[in-house]
Design a protein around this ligand. Structure first.
Ligand code: MN
Length: 200
């Protein structure tokens, strides 16, 4: 008997584990990527075999599964893939391209206003959740708040940039000053990755 095996695997980080210091410490990376993200992957590998979601892409599971453990873990796998691949060491950060800057300016007024609104949205999350820059079905860029492991792709939107608002993303490095964490994240965003997610 041939059994179809589809396993979800933990992506390798596109930077060294200390590459985002001092904004995100290597200890936080070890916990967040190596433990939390790995746990969501392991959970999905345990939950999907034998279900109707076996063998699907993570994005398909997020779009199709009802609320519950499969949705929660698939959502967090998708979210953390997007999250960890969107960073770059601060010393290597380049300015956003003209196309991306124009899109942000058009929808938010300026890059500074956009960053301020994203940070305010992140600060307003009560409990665990995410804030996304997402493109809606009519082509508008929006700031979207999600609770738990939510992703705006469930409502047909395209996620572009995500801020993880779970305590595990900042507490070890920032204790009670989560705003400093959110403010500092702008120094390690890889704008080329973000532009790559922006549909033409
Ligand atoms: Mn997280």
């Amino acid at each position: 008997m041939i059994t179809k095996m589809v396993t979800y695997t933990l992506p390798i980080l596109p930077y060294p584990s200390n590459g985002l210091e001092p904004i995100i410490s290597k200890e936080t990376i070890a916990n967040h990527h190596g433990k939390h993200f790995a746990a969501y992957i392991n959970n999905l590998n345990k939950l999907t075999p034998g279900s109707e979601y076996e063998g699907l892409l993570v994005e398909e599971i997020v779009q199709q599964a009802p609320d519950g453990p499969i949705q929660n873990n698939a959502g967090q796998v998708m979210n953390h893939r997007l999250y960890f691949e969107q960073f770059i060491p601060a010393s290597q950060q380049k300015a956003p391209s003209v196309r991306l800057t124009n899109a942000i300016n058009f929808h938010f007024g300026s890059m500074d206003i956009f960053k301020k609104q994203m940070t305010e949205a992140a600060m307003s999350i009560f409990g665990s959740g995410w804030v996304w820059l997402a493109k809606d079905t009519e082509g508008r860029l929006q700031i979207v708040k999600e609770m738990g492991g939510g992703n705006p792709c469930r409502r047909g939107m395209t996620p572009i940039l995500g801020i993880d608002c779970w305590e595990h993303s900042w507490y070890l490095d920032y204790a009670f000053d989560k705003k400093a964490h959110y403010d500092n994240l702008w120094h390690i965003i890889d704008w080329d990755v973000i532009e790559g997610r922006l549909p033409l």
